[in-house]
Design a protein around this ligand. Sequence first.
Ligand code: ADP
Length: 821
Amino acid sequence: MYRDLVLNVALLVALSATYNLLDRLRFPQDWVKRVLGGLLFGFVTVVGMQLPFRYGPGLIFDGRSIILSLAGLFGGPVTGAVAAAMAAAYRFHLGGVGAWTGIGVIATSALAGILWHRRMKGRPEEVGAGSLFFLGLAVHVFMLLWMLTLPWPVGLGVLKRIAFPVLLIYPPATVLLGQLLAMEARRRRSEEDLRRNMEMLQKTQSIARIGSWEYDVESRRLTWSPEVSRLFGVDPDTPPSYELFLQCVHPDDRGRVDRAYSESVRQGRDGYEMEHRIVRPNDGRIRTVLEKCEHIRGADRRIVRSVGFVQDITERVETEAEVREIQETFQTFMDFLPAAVFMKDSRSRCTYVNRYMKEVFGAEDWVGQTPHEHLPREVADKMVADDREVLSEGVVETEEAVPGKDGTRRLFRTVKFRMDRPGKEPLIGGIAWDVTVQRAAEQALRESEEKFAKAFRSAPLLMSITRLEDALVLDVNDTYCEVTGYGREEMIGRTTLEIGLWRDPTDRRRLLKQLRTRGRVTNLDLDLRMKNGEIRHMLFSCEPVVLQGTQCLISVGMDITERVRADQALKELAAELELRVAQRTAQLTEANKELEAFIFSVSHDLRAPLRAISGFAEIIARRHREALNEEGRRYFDHILEASERMGSLISDLLNYSRLGRKAVTPEVIELEPFVEEVLRPYEETLRSGETELVLDLEVSSLWADRALLRQIVSNLVDNALKYRREDVEHRVRIACRTEGSEAVLTVSDNGIGIDPNHHERIFNIFQRLHPRTAYPGTGIGLALVKKAVSLLGGTIRLASEPEKGTEFEIRWPAQAKENRE
Ligand code: ADP
């Protein structure tokens, strides 16, 4: 009897071992495993049904109810169903009266297990002994109830007989077998958990790029996680060693790293942390890692082990370097930015200011301070009010006058904006740039534009602005409209050619040509056609100018029509006048010629009767003078004197009229003999010593008509000697020199001089200033000199003052030779 019991137990243990083995195997689909599990349970149930346990005569039990309920509990619905089906099929095959009861027991047992599986929410290994006991109890209560389905009263008899032993043995047996299966399942589960945790750890290490290591001080054994091999770029199969680790460390860092471990051990520290570089042997790349080590001490406080992790922080280090670089670049930009950049917190306290701000406003310690600490109250009040607005509106643009550190007020254009920060108070950012000069320039520009606009509008000249390429009128001033007769709106937007302003359209080409060659046009004569068709003359000046990117021409024109007409009239008048003068001159020359001819013929004709008078008068004087009484002699002397005077008058007149008749024939005249010859008639006077004669001849010869020059010199010398003053020593000077191509001859004396009132008229014929009794003369001499000078092509000039003396200067074009070489 006990052999069967042992066999049953052995069978169940074998089931538990086989089921665990099955559970360890991996299947692509879960249901395969479940079905196989079901087959296993089913198979064991069938085998178990062949080894019934005989409790007493006629009382045979087998473990089917236990096995099938546990199949449902541990394997779930599929396993339970498959096992139950197998058992049911076998029971059906056995047949007999209890067949259906047996199948019912099989079904309820598997079902109860499946329900318990549900209750355990898929974690049957967690099932406790109590729970198993209840399962066993429930399954076997149902089993006993199934006994009632046996033919009456057999069922009741069986029930009565087996109820107690079944309820006594089967639930504990369920607990035992269930615990066996659950224990195994739990072990498997924790193994699985461990494996999963390890996997997760490795995954985590690989994601975080963190490797861990452990060093046993006593055995000097180093172990590390696979991630360390990956980080260091070494073959994962190479066993870890401290030497291998040191090989991977960058040569420059090797000494430092080596010292770090040994020193921390020597100094008895709890651990250390350091950054160093490695050179990965597999790809030669340099990486930066963070090492952190902690020492673990034994019972005697001695360090027995060290654990640590190594993390690849290359990206972080590079990012930090990049951030540093960006920060430095930002700083450099900010330092050189010619504008104030600042950041403030919501209470207007600066959190950042750039160099410009410090320099312009002087203070260094802006950070942490409000504008009130550095700027006048009203300016700071306005700034703070703006800050409030920035916080509510987001952006504010202002222009504010702020005093710089040198006290001058500067105009700043400021843009402030709210800088929102997640989870923090917003900041206020701002940029302010100095627009003082720009605004002043704009103001100046506005004023200058206004001035130009006013000048343009009201100038009394025609002013226009046209597009250079096609002469499209962009603007014209009032005068332009007044003069041409066109309205502004009639001209603006049309070209001057379309308007028909050009009398001759080729004039525009002329204008453009001048513009090209000289860069501007000045005083160009143009004829423009007015609206009423009238042509008017204009004088135009143009300058090219770029207006809003377009090449334009500013033109200023003057209406010179009236002037041109006046000029024309003047020219006509002058021509007419010239004609008249020429006519008059011709008439005058004719009259002069006639007069001279008359004088000549008269004086010539007078000479014969005069010669007769003076001839006969001399005969009377010589032969019959005694016959005349006193009175007759006196009258006769008058006749002699008058005829003598008339003779000299006639010869002077003849000289005068002859002067123009002879052709002028210039020649080289040797001066000294010439002067000597001219002075010969005055030899006696000069020799008497009454007059001092000074000759100042700078040239030895002159180019002139000899007869004319003789007339000039002898007449001037004659006068100089004649008009002397009795009270002073008389002096006469004859000088001759050349100036350039001119000969200059002067005859001067210190005689009675001439009143300036008479300087003009003494050159006229018969003009005398003295009665004949005082100074004899005919009044023709200077007229003769003047005529001779003009025949020489020269000029005469007189300088004289009464009681001081007189100087005549004659200049004529002549070649002269240098005297006294
Ligand atoms: P006249 O025969 O009277 O000298 P001129 O024609 O030679 O006639 O001179 C005109 C006048 O000019 C003279 O009457 C004299 O009053 C004045 N005159 C000319 N030469 C001199 C001189 N050297 N000094 C002063 N008066 C002079």
